[in-house]
Design a protein around this ligand. Structure first.
Ligand SMILES: C[S@@+](CC[C@H](N)C(=O)[O-])C[C@H]1O[C@@H](n2cnc3c(N)ncnc32)[C@H](O)[C@@H]1O
Length: 357
């Protein structure tokens, strides 16, 4: 077991605590305070923690809990106490994802999510691998005269070792499929290069060779072997790197052309677009998008893994886990929300989940 920092191993050896057995906790939402529940969770037992804690002084969820502290510092300290339990609980291949929203305090954007992330990164048992920005396609249209509408929120992803699960091909894979469809039409557009070759000053033999290679590469796109390509033809396109000697420029000079194949899938960026989840019909007031959570579950865990949400709310994380054939474990302080999430989870028909994958 390779930890980034060995403090955690020491900690585990020193502690003689008796923890709960994870098997008995699975596929349920537990009515409890996140901190005391997490303190009783066994070490290295969960694959992924995804959560959205209450934002600072934003809403009253009832049943106490965090979010309504009098100062920002107190709120962040409470949040950090909960966060600091997580590295011990996740497996060495695991990850922790926290989503937080910002707030204006006396007209000043407080940057609370980032203050939290900076403090969380001080924990030597984790490291921050990404901050994903959720761009809301339908933000609340509350336009102030001298401020722009806030339309983004961060998701911070922490890992415990360099061996964290990261299924890049499964993340936003529907965009890859969309790309491939686009490429069929691109391949038609790619045929514009035939005209360019004909109009070029290449020698006849070079033109024939260029057209032959162009046909081959168009077929590769049509068969889905590559994503797309670009062609550079001598005398038509500028040489790369200001004409310095190098592989591409040498090919253009020698053969009259070069073909740059673009393989692989769409670029997977730290930006995800999604509408705010409609709250109509959901009694919970702050639900995060199932779409984003499913993408993160696919990225950071495998089928059969255990996904935990310590601020379960209406159960979105658990629904994402169930849809994707993972085990879930929810913790929620408000008994009304525990019942609500159980209702939503039970209504989730896993056979309908395919369209979300
Ligand atoms: C932002 S909401 C989570 C919403 C959830 N992501 C969803 O999509 O439905 C935060 C939740 O944390 C709960 N909560 C607040 N303090 C808590 C605590 N100390 N332990 C457990 N749950 C708590 C609140 O009752 C609230 O339902």
């Amino acid at each position: 077991m390779e930890y980034i920092n060995t403090n955690l191993t020491l900690l585990k050896k020193q502690e003689n605590k008796s923890y709960m057995k994870v098997e008995g906790l699975l596929n349920k939402v537990h009515c409890a305070n996140a901190l005391s529940f997490l303190q009783r969770m066994p070490c290295d037992s969960v694959d992924l923690i995804i959560t959205s804690p209450p934002y600072f002084q934003q809403r009253k969820y009832g049943a106490g809990g965090i979010g309504n502290e009098t100062t920002e510092e107190e709120y962040i300290d409470n949040l950090i106490s909960i966060f600091n339990e997580c590295p011990r609980i996740i497996k060495p291949t695991g990850a922790i994802v926290f989503n937080l929203g910002d707030k204006y305090l006396n007209g000043n954007l407080s940057l609370i999510p980032y203050k939290f992330a900076i403090k969380a990164s001080e924990n030597k048992n984790v490291f921050l691998i990404n901050q994903i920005t959720w761009a809301k396609t339908n933000p609340t249209p509350r336009q102030e005269h001298r401020k722009l509408i806030q339309s983004t929120e961060p998701f911070f992803i922490f890992a415990k070792t360099k061996n964290y699960h990261f299924n890049l091909d499964e993340y936003l894979s529907h965009l890859d499929r969309k790309n491939k469809k686009t490429n069929l039409s691109f391949s038609k557009a790619g045929s514009k290069y035939f005209d360019i070759i004909n109009q070029s000053d290449l020698k006849d033999e070079e033109k024939e060779n260029a057209k032959c290679e162009l046909e081959k590469v168009i077929t590769e796109v049509q068969l889905g072997k590559i994503e797309s390509f670009r062609m550079k033809i001598r005398g038509i396109h500028k040489e790369a790197y200001g004409g310095m000697d190098g592989g591409r420029n040498n090919q253009i000079r020698k053969n009259g052309f070069t073909i740059i194949k673009i393989t692989g899938n769409a670029m997977k960026k730290d930006l995800i677009e999604s509408p705010v989840e409609a709250t109509k019909g959901n009694k919970h007031i702050a639900v995060y998008p199932l779409y984003i959570i499913q993408e993160l579950v696919k990225l950071l865990s495998n089928r059969g893994d255990i996904v935990l949400d310590p601020f379960c709310g209406s159960g979105t994380t658990c629904i994402a886990a169930k849809n994707l054939e993972r085990n879930y474990l929810g913790i929620e302080i408000n008994p009304e929300y525990v019942s609500l999430s159980e209702e939503r989870i039970n209504e989730t028909d896993i056979s309908c989940a395919e369209f979300l994958l």
